[in-house]
Design a protein around this ligand. Structure first.
Ligand code: FCB
Length: 487
């Protein structure tokens, strides 16, 4: 591609001659244990909160469960070959706590660990760097029965589990993430109840958030004690890119509240050593935060992060005032249970323009702005995009292929935003597409497809979509091609 032969990107954010990603930029794809593995009752695995939730009528679209999912537990060798065919340099997966420590306490099940040993060996044999996430939402049900994340003991149990996994995989995994999107675990799991375990108690959600932060600290401590010094520790947050609908003081305050309980509830203790004062004030009516004990903040921040993982899909648009009745796009559960304690008097708006099959607006400028903000506020902290992608109504055509031009356009726009952020100084080290393949999309079951690879759930056949071929080309060249032309 020559500079003269290129046109500006669709989003208009990148100069034609700045399409090359930096040398060493990591190209990957991401998945999560409960969403793809299946084999729910094999080799000693016992139920997690997502097994219980998905088997509870009315909780998941179509009554779908992760019992079989994409059967990755049995097909991982074929799946790694697929990744190699796509030229991926890295693969982000999560470990199922219930598979390696079924009750969430006590000795490990070696057969469970063997699966992850075999998976990581297979990745390394194909030159693919394994990125292990310890927790992507599948808490052992026994720990939920003992109180779940609102209970302090769960953080200590997580530290023990981290040590087990670190011991088992530390010789082959260098890149470690403690938690994936603790906001969802705490506020969708215990606030709005749209995710497992489906509780609807704002104070439980705030307690859960703190114990997730503490769990990160406990895990970092355990991992640092068992891993070689070269190991890298991170956490992945779904920082919301919050925009106020107007510059009015009331709307700006609504955005501040959502930023506090959506973002700074994690970045505060993890990166600044304190909970934000405004968050504590916003939620004072609910709790005095006495669940934060002396020494907790020091424990959370003791081991500095080697990098921060960011998951981005869509921006968040808010204004002041209670929402009118009607469909909501802010994670509210049935009965109006809010995942935003301390930000009740806020309306979440659907931004105008194009949307994905999730109803999420397509807006790469949100990713650019988010990267710019985090880079400005956290100089020196390397960033990774650990998830980005989109669901569309994919279908197999008469010729057996799956053509998904909208996904290519989505990925193009967002990679263009990453390039622009990098050229303006953001230290972004890699990009993981969500997701490698179609999978169990939580409360949406198999009704939403996020994969670059199509999964036929009847036969478990994998079909790389046109976006997979397109992404493989980007990975191979380390360069973003001209924007796709839409017919
Ligand atoms: C993120 C989750 C991931 C997937 C995508 C669409 O919030 O981390 O598991 O469901 O959304």
């Amino acid at each position: 591609m020559t500079a003269s032969g290129t046109r500006p990107a669709a989003s208009g954010t990148s100069a034609a001659n700045a399409r090359q990603f930096p040398p060493g930029f990591l190209w990957g794809a991401a998945t999560a244990s409960y969403q793809i593995e299946g084999a729910a009752a094999e080799d000693g695995r016992t139920p997690s909160i997502w097994d219980t939730f998905s088997h509870t009528p009315g909780k998941v679209f179509g009554g779908h469960t992760g019992d079989v999912a994409a059967d990755h537990y049995h097909r991982f060798r074929d799946d790694v070959r697929l990744m190699a065919d796509l030229g991926l340099g890295a693969y982000r997966f999560s470990v199922s706590w219930s598979r390696v420590q079924p009750t969430g306490r006590g000795p490990a099940v070696e057969r469970g660990l063997d699966f992850y040993r075999a998976l990581t060996d297979e990745l390394l044999a194909h030159g693919i760097e394994p990125f292990a996430t310890l927790y992507h939402w599948d808490l052992p049900q026994d720990l939920e029965d003992a109180g779940g994340w609102p209970a302090r003991d769960t953080a200590d149990r997580f530290g023990e589990y981290a040590r087990i996994v670190g011991d088992a995989l530390g010789d082959r995994v260098q890149m470690w993430t403690t938690l994936n999107e603790p906001w969802c675990s705490a506020f969708l799991g215990y606030g709005s109840g749209v995710h497992a375990p489906g509780r609807t108690d704002p104070v439980a959600a705030l307690r859960a958030a703190h114990h997730l932060n503490l769990a990160h600290g406990r895990a970092a401590e355990a991992l640092r004690s068992v891993l070689p010094a070269r190991a890298q520790l991170s956490v992945t947050l779904n920082l919301h890119h919050v925009r106020a609908r107007s510059e009015s003081p009331a709307d700006l305050d609504a955005a501040r509240r959502v930023d506090a309980v959506g973002n700074r509830v994690f970045t505060g203790p993890l990166l600044d050593g304190a909970y934000p004062r405004d968050l504590v004030a916003d939620t004072r009516r609910l709790t005095d935060w006495s669940f934060v004990r002396d020494g907790d903040l020091a424990a959370i921040g003791r081991h500095p992060l080697d990098g921060l993982g960011l998951n981005y899909y869509t921006p968040t648009l808010v204004s002041a005032g209670a929402a009118p009745d009607g469909p909501r796009n802010d994670g509210h559960g049935a009965g109006g249970h809010s995942p935003w304690p301390g930000a009740d008097d806020v309306t979440f708006h659907q931004p105008p323009g194009e949307r994905t099959a999730m109803g999420w607006s397509v807006d790469p400028t949100g990713l650019y702005d988010l990267l710019a903000r985090v880079s400005r506020e956290r100089p020196g902290l390397p960033l990774l995009i650990t998830e980005n992608g989109a669901a569309y109504e994919d279908a197999v055509g008469p010729d057996g292929t799956v053509d998904d031009p909208e996904r290519i356009a989505y990925l193009h726009g967002h990679l263009d935003a990453v390039l622009k952020a990098i050229s303006n100084g953001a230290d972004v080290r890699g990009y993981f597409l969500w997701s490698l393949m179609d999978n169990f999309e939580w409360a949406h079951g198999y009704g939403k497809r996020f994969g670059a690879v199509y999964v036929d759930y009847d036969t478990q056949m994998r079909i790389p979509k046109s976006s997979a071929h397109w992404y493989a080309g980007v990975v191979r060249a380390g360069r973003l091609p001209a924007p796709p032309t839409t017919a």
